[in-house]
Design a binder for this molecule. Structure first.
Ligand code: ADP
Length: 364
């Protein structure tokens, strides 16, 4: 059996793929320090804010790598921040690492609630996140987050997004929505080219800053916005939200085939409103059935990211514009969204590991 030394530990872990880039951590300068003391080793790994949400899983994997190569070793994995700025993405050139579009086959299945909750939870787990509401027909993100105001335009003609500040110490989150530009009761009639132009403006002319994730709430159903997005920039992928009923599932299948048509990868399905736990008796009622989306996801060969039960507090908080506060305080309501958000990051990491970008050519 090999002896426990910093070199043997290094050899055991250096090929582990960095979750963000898919390249071996040993080649990315992310093994910061390895110390050995008797039969114990402490490994310090550099992790980017993009991968922070799954840091626990990364630690587990690294521990098992060491356990397999050097049985009987006691392993402690510590993390330090590793900075890697995002490259410019697509023809709009925004500095975002992963763009996630959240869609649904039809309205009312909780798509906006899920999109906003994923954005808020990724931010809470340490990533830099922005939220774009591209549902130009019925923008509901400003309402869910209690945001209002008109985005200012800077001298460089950049739109300043509305910032969601807090709650607590959380960093401000940039949010952009058509709801900030038109009155709530004003009907907007969009013609194709106008829609195309405004989505591109929302993406490219907004001062998003540097982000790990930009979550985009799509309009329900199939349509022009998705086509525009697919032309503007490469997306990490899409999330399809549905409820467990058969009709909603059929609509979700249509949404999946639309994403496939425009070559947007499907990151997975989320089953919303799967079950209701009665707050009085603690009994769970499967109002719309349960598990339908999981079965369908399997049939369609797309990942199932998780289910979100009907949670009255989430509904009330959303209606009152306190979704961010509720998710920050209510760990029970947050738990399923955390699981879904981690599954998303894990799926993005798995794709990166399958297809790591080629190392940059040395400059001559
Ligand atoms: P969509 O974007 O699909 O039209 P919304 O996100 O606007 O749907 O949600 C529709 C309604 O359902 C809102 O009142 C929202 O608060 C509520 N809702 C969504 N998901 C849940 C959930 N898991 N538990 C309770 N209420 C929910």
């Amino acid at each position: 059996m090999p002896e426990l030394t910093p070199e043997t530990v290094q050899a055991a872990i250096e090929s582990y793929p960095d979750p963000e880039t898919g390249r071996p951590i040993g080649s990315m300068g992310q093994i910061k320090e390895i110390t050995v003391d008797g039969q114990s080793t402490t490994i310090t790994i550099g992790i980017t804010t993009h991968s922070r949400p799954i840091a626990d899983e990364v630690a587990d994997r690294i521990e098992s790598k060491v356990a397999a190569a050097l049985p009987g070793t006691k392993v402690e994995v510590k993390f330090v921040d590793h900075t890697r700025p995002p490259a410019r993405l697509g023809q709009v050139g925004i500095r975002v690492k992963s763009v996630i579009a959240v869609g649904s086959g039809k309205g009312g299945v909780g798509k906006s609630t899920v999109a906003a909750s994923i954005a808020l939870t990724l931010r809470q787990m340490g990533s830099k996140v922005g939220l774009m509401d591209s549902d130009v027909y019925g923008p509901s993100v400003p309402h869910l987050l209690g945001l209002s105001g008109r985005p200012a335009v800077s001298e460089e003609k950049k739109i300043q997004p509305i910032m969601l500040n807090g709650p607590g110490e959380l960093p401000p989150m940039p949010v952009m929505s058509m709801g900030f530009l038109v009155e709530a009761d004003q009907a907007v009639i969009w013609r194709g080219p106008m829609l195309h132009g405004s989505i591109n403006q929302f993406l490219g002319d907004t001062n998003w800053g540097e982000l790990d994730y930009l979550v985009i709430d799509l309009p329900p159903g199939t349509g022009d916005v998705v086509l525009t997005l697919s032309q503007a920039l490469p997306l990490a992928g899409s999330v399809v939200v549905c409820t467990p009923q058969e009709v909603a599932l059929l609509d979700a299948i249509k949404a999946i085939s639309m994403f496939r048509k425009v070559n947007i990868p499907i990151l997975g399905m989320v089953e919303n409103m799967s079950g209701f736990m009665c707050p009085d008796c603690g009994k769970t009622y499967d109002i719309f059935g349960r598990g339908g989306a999981r079965d369908r996801a399997e049939e369609l060969k797309v990942p199932f990211l998780g289910g979100l039960p009907i949670e009255m507090n989430l509904r009330i908080a959303g209606d009152e514009g306190r979704l961010a506060e509720e998710l920050a305080e209510n760990t029970q309501a947050r738990a399923p969204i955390e699981a879904i958000s981690k599954a998303l990051v894990r799926t993005i990491a798995a794709k990166a590991a399958q297809n790591p970008p080629k190392p940059a050519l040395p400059t001559l």
